[in-house]
Design a protein around this ligand. Structure first.
Ligand SMILES: [Zn+2]
Ligand SMILES: [Zn+2]
Length: 454
């Protein structure tokens, strides 16, 4: 396929054309890259399962995931697990004997490395209990965070290693059994793993100015959810019950607009019908507010797929790109900005449309879009669906800096997807978000005020 796309054979096929061939080529190369790093959503459940299995081994004292997975990077190279144990050999044996191990790469008295069925490499390192904090800190990284931390320590007359902190004058080394003590000994605020990326976090921690990062428990509702009215797999009632079961205070039902006929989108008539059904259902529940909504296609010219009078009736309007993703940067940027300029559009969904490991982001001028989002008070979505995680962490950081309101949404298509919220929260944390930066941490009355204020 790649050869045929490159030498022009693909483009010469009936109804194909140069542009389609180029798009196929682009997506092929995006697909290849998934071999290089594994998406977070594939690695995290496997790693957590392993940690849980080790936690119940006799003689284990501590065990946790380290590395980029602990920092919730959207992709990871391999999985590092760190622990302390009284009987290290027994724990190593248990580790290499866990399910799905296809190859034991190495196994010594204190460390082992295995490859799993899905090709993921998992390393376990068992360390001395008194140095556990230092080692966990070291193996959580990132490398550039550790470099920044070491440079900072040198300035303070200390020398930092994976085993402890040495006072340069006295030559005395202190070991740390817990990680928080490493930072406090250095005179720093505790730096959460998600923001240890070697940017400005060490300086901010020195000035005690790290923001209190948003937590999963701050989230009160979900503003992007599908039912079987469009391409979701569950009924309205099932989704509402699932949201109630998770203690959400509100949920927005945002099925697709008809758009180009994909995803079983709603016609004007069916959306009007759904609004009526939701209003009826709402009377049944006094512990959760069901918001009417739609995920409306932003058409290729920037107009919305539903007329304004209908959008104005809805509680929540998400504008999303689902078509014409190959537009050039200027056209795409103008397209999204014109959607934001529509006062009925509250939120822009999955801005870049990327799918981790399989679809590249569209070309757009993020800076112009963030400035326009701030000016028009349009919220930007952090899509928590683990294949999307869109916005990306550095987008989130910049958008927040420019005063853009953000919203973390699961884009659920079935009840279990509501649990994806943690992935979105982790990316928001990587972008330094506080609870006040996130729209759906607001109590319902405040949320409604924001939506109406648009
Ligand atoms: Zn969408
Ligand atoms: Zn959606």
């Amino acid at each position: 396929m790649e050869e045929a796309a490159e030498d022009g054979r693909l483009a010469s096929l009936p109804r194909m054309g140069q542009k389609t061939a180029e798009n196929i080529l682009k997506n092929l190369s995006a697909d290849y890259r998934k071999d290089v790093r594994m998406p977070l959503w594939r690695a995290l459940p496997v790693a957590e399962e392993r940690v849980e299995a080790l936690r119940v081994q006799p003689g284990i004292r501590n065990v946790t995931v380290a590395g980029s997975l602990r920092r919730f990077r959207d992709t990871v190279g391999d999985v590092d697990i760190i622990g302390t144990a009284d009987d290290t050999e027994a724990v190593i044996k248990a580790f290499t004997g866990l399910p799905y191990v296809t190859e034991i790469i190495s196994a010594g008295p204190q460390r082992a490395s295995v490859r799993l069925q899905n090709n993921l490499q998992v390393d376990l390192l068992l360390v001395a209990h008194e140095s556990y904090g230092s080692l966990l800190q070291h193996f959580t990284g990132s490398q550039s965070h550790n470099v920044a931390l070491r440079e900072y320590a040198v300035k303070k007359g200390m020398s930092l290693s994976e085993y402890g902190i040495t006072d340069v004058k006295t030559g005395k080394t202190r070991h740390f059994a817990d990680e928080k003590s490493v930072y406090s000994h250095l005179g720093l605020q505790y730096i959460p793993p998600e923001i240890r990326e070697g940017g400005v976090e060490v300086e901010a921690a020195e000035r005690q100015q790290l923001p209190p990062l948003v937590e999963l428990s701050d989230i009160r509702g979900d503003l992007h959810d599908h039912t079987n009215w469009s391409d979701g797999n569950s009924s309205l009632e099932t989704m509402i019950e699932a949201a109630r079961a998770r203690g959400l205070e509100y949920i927005a039902i945002t099925d697709h607009s008809a758009g180009r006929g994909i995803a079983n989108g709603l016609s004007i008539a069916r959306l009007s019908e759904q609004i009526a059904v939701i209003k009826d259902l709402s009377d049944k529940y006094n512990d959760i507010r069901i918001l009417t909504g739609s995920e409306v296609d932003i058409r290729s010219d920037g107009s919305m797929d539903f007329p304004d009078h209908l959008l104005a009736e809805l509680d929540v309007v998400i504008g999303s790109i689902h078509s014409a993703m190959g537009q050039d940067k200027d056209t795409m940027t103008r397209r999204i900005i014109s959607a934001m300029e529509n006062p009925n559009v509250d939120i822009i969904g999955h801005l870049t449309t990327r799918l981790i490991g399989s679809r590249d982001p569209v070309a757009l001028d993020e800076e112009a879009i963030f400035r326009s989002a701030a000016a028009t008070k349009t919220a930007l979505e952090i899509n928590a669906a683990p294949k999307r995680l869109d916005l990306k962490d550095y987008h989130i950081y910049r958008a927040r800096e420019l005063g853009v309101m953000l919203v973390i949404s699961t884009d659920s298509h079935m009840p279990e997807h509501l649990d994806y919220m943690r992935y979105g929260v982790s990316q928001a944390r990587r972008g330094w978000c506080e609870s006040r930066d996130i729209l759906n941490t607001r109590p319902l009355p405040e949320l409604l005020t924001f939506l109406k204020g648009r």
